[in-house]
Design a protein around this ligand. Structure first.
Ligand code: E9O
Length: 606
């Protein structure tokens, strides 16, 4: 699989496959009726239950039927695609930015490839038939189990009474419950854009750029197949704030240099997020056979036992845990929502976010680069509880795909291996040691972290981490209603972690649920006042922990309300957002905005 974000230029072309696809839903939890009957051989639009569903989008919230929203199992997408005659002779690939969860891709009568896991891209080389309309069919299965990442419980249920000698069955035949082991709705389908990539017989399959604050630049260009006699012309020029000043030019598929007079990439508040673009021209003799242009920035992330540093300056991140989540399209990519989200983060003076709990779209990563927002990028692993070799192999694969995809983004300051795994279990120790090694082997320039909800005295993996990220909910999940206990609970807990591990720490989640408009004085849980009171108390603790060097960042949970599966603790979703699901502020948003403003000013003057 290839890592580069699709690009159109003088050489490279692609067709977008976004738009309406024919869509057929199998009944929940069938054993693949469509596969057995080879639905990919049929024109699915002729099926009586066929409809159209937009790509990109989750399908769950687009139809007014419970069975649609709560569907578990196979759905089928199909698109008719007529390749252009002039493209014969090019190599073609079907590329998907995110299909959740398991995807089988067919072109006409062939299964061209399968992919496991949402939120990371994949592509398969295909051969179109240039004499006819081609059928692109994608079968998607969203079933979660012990061996999916993220995991879920799948359970058949029966309960039979004997009444007057007759069996009386509570549940309908075949009844099952699917419960995700995580607190967000398992939105499914083709969640991000799809493409037909059109490339030459040899092409650039990867560009890996390492650019540090001292001006050191090294790059490696990988070709899709090993070929002798090809070389590359590489130039690096400024992109923002100035455009077009060439700072480096060289040749070869691999090279390194010290580049003079560069401007560094800084997160907002600390400096300007200067960007450069590397243009790689692949040459066969004098003929240019491929071009790829990748943005990047010169910056260095380091850390000691207390802090993260960006370009040698201590960096304190103040931002958000978030979700890609919105009405109607669920987790489907939408540039409108993405831009509104990033603008609102900036309005609240945030300087960072974590891609909880899966890698966000690449479009967002490029925007974070441009805006100077620091990002902790997280794999799709949330709720891990089973640390066996099957999961380890898949988890390594996902971590690798993620790092390969996002390695060139200066905004990415750390890799998070997972969120809240059950790392009080002994088996987690060896498992995470191996994962941390994968991260460091692939990318030695960024710290590796994991978001923990264990405690300092039972956690098994903190020793493998460069930065310890912790989620804590004093005053919400514990000591509910007892505001006076909050500050000391945080301070005591963080000092205990620090004493044991002596590593930089970030509070990656804290907060309280509030239903927008529900108010009461004095506040009680789920009112806007209570949310404000809790986070003010947490901020008192954070100020102390920040000033004494215990923590290097804070992120409130959550940026906005988001959808979850149904539970008695969730009222049409999780309401810990400081914004509503429609991105309108609750009272808490103004508290965060003020705090992050003050932090921005204080840190800039530090
Ligand atoms: C993960 C996030 O996806 N952390 C959860 C968030 C939440 O709001 C969820 O949305 O529930 C918090 C986990 C807190 C664990 C502490 C439980 C203590 C029980 C007494």
């Amino acid at each position: 699989t290839y890592a580069l974000y699709p690009q159109r230029n003088e050489i490279r072309q692609y067709d977008s496959l976004d738009g309406l696809w024919t869509f057929v839903r199998e009944q929940s939890n069938t054993n693949g009726t469509g596969l057995v009957n080879q639905w990919y051989l049929s024109d699915l639009s002729t099926f009586p239950n066929a409809t159209q569903i937009p790509v990109p989008s989750a399908y769950n919230d687009l139809v007014e039927q419970r069975e649609w929203r709560d569907h578990v199992g196979w759905v089928w997408y199909q698109l008719k695609y007529t390749p252009a005659q002039r493209d014969q002779g090019l190599r073609t690939f079907l590329r998907f930015e995110s299909v959740n969860y398991f995807a089988m891709v067919f072109l006409n009568d062939k299964n061209v490839g399968n992919h496991t896991g949402g939120h990371l891209p994949f592509e398969f080389e295909v051969t179109f038939d240039y004499t006819k309309i081609n059928f692109i069919t994608v079968a998607v299965n969203n079933t979660l189990s012990n061996s999916t990442i993220p995991p879920g419980e799948f359970q058949y249920k029966t309960e039979v009474y004997t009444i007057n000698g007759q069996p009386y069955s509570v549940y309908p035949d075949g009844f099952f419950e699917q419960t995700p082991d995580f607190d967000f709705f398992n939105y499914a389908g083709i969640l991000r854009s799809a493409y037909v990539l059109k490339l030459g017989s040899v092409f650039i399959s990867d560009v890996w750029i390492i650019a540090q604050a001292n001006g050191s630049l090294s790059y490696t260009i990988t070709l899709d197949k090993s070929t002798t006699g090809l070389t590359a012309n590489v130039t690096v020029s400024s992109l923002q704030p100035t455009t077009g000043t060439i700072v480096y030019s060289g040749t070869g598929l691999q090279n390194s240099a010290i580049v003079q007079n560069i401007e560094l990439w800084y997160p907002r508040g600390y400096g300007y997020p200067s960007l450069y673009v590397m243009e790689a021209k692949l040459l066969n003799g004098t003929q240019v056979i491929d071009i790829y242009r990748e943005t990047f920035g010169f910056r260095t992330v380091t850390w000691d036992s207390d802090k993260i540093y960006i370009n040698g300056k201590p960096f304190y991140c103040h931002g958000f845990g978030a979700h890609e989540d919105f009405e109607l399209h669920g987790r489907g990519y939408n540039p409108v929502v993405m831009i509104k989200d990033l603008n609102t983060m900036e309005w609240m003076n945030g300087n960072c976010y974590r891609t909880s709990h899966y890698p966000y779209s690449q479009e967002r990563a490029y925007e974070a680069d441009r805006r100077g927002i620091a990002v902790i990028t997280e794999t799709p692993a949330v709720g891990m509880r089973l640390f066996d070799n099957t999961n380890l192999a898949l988890h390594k694969y996902m971590l690798t795909e993620m790092i390969q995809r996002d390695k060139n983004h200066p905004s990415v300051i750390a890799w998070s291996m997972s969120n809240e795994p059950q790392t009080y279990k002994n088996e987690s120790k060896a498992y995470y040691q191996q994962l941390a090694n994968v991260s460091r082997t692939l990318d030695s320039t960024r710290p590796v972290t994991n978001v923990l909800d264990t405690n300092w005295d039972d956690d098994q993996i903190a020793e493998w981490l460069d930065i310890i990220c912790i989620n804590r909910y004093y005053g919400w999940y514990s000591n509910t209603g007892y505001l006076q206990t909050i500050a000391n609970s945080y301070i005591g807990n963080f000092l205990a972690w620090k004493q044991k591990f002596n590593k930089p720490m970030i509070l990656t989640e804290y907060g309280a649920g509030a239903i927008a408009g529900l108010t009461r004085e004095p506040g009680v849980d789920f009112t806007e006042e209570y949310q404000v009171e809790v986070i003010r108390r947490v901020h008192m603790a954070l100020d102390e922990l920040r000033k004494n060097g215990t923590i290097t960042g804070e992120m409130i949970w959550n940026f906005a309300d988001f959808m979850t599966s149904q539970s008695t603790t969730r009222a049409a979703g999780n309401h810990k957002g400081v914004l509503t699901r429609n991105r309108q502020p609750k009272m808490a948003a103004y508290v965060i905005k003020d705090r992050y403003y003050n932090l921005t000013v204080e840190l800039a003057n530090a």
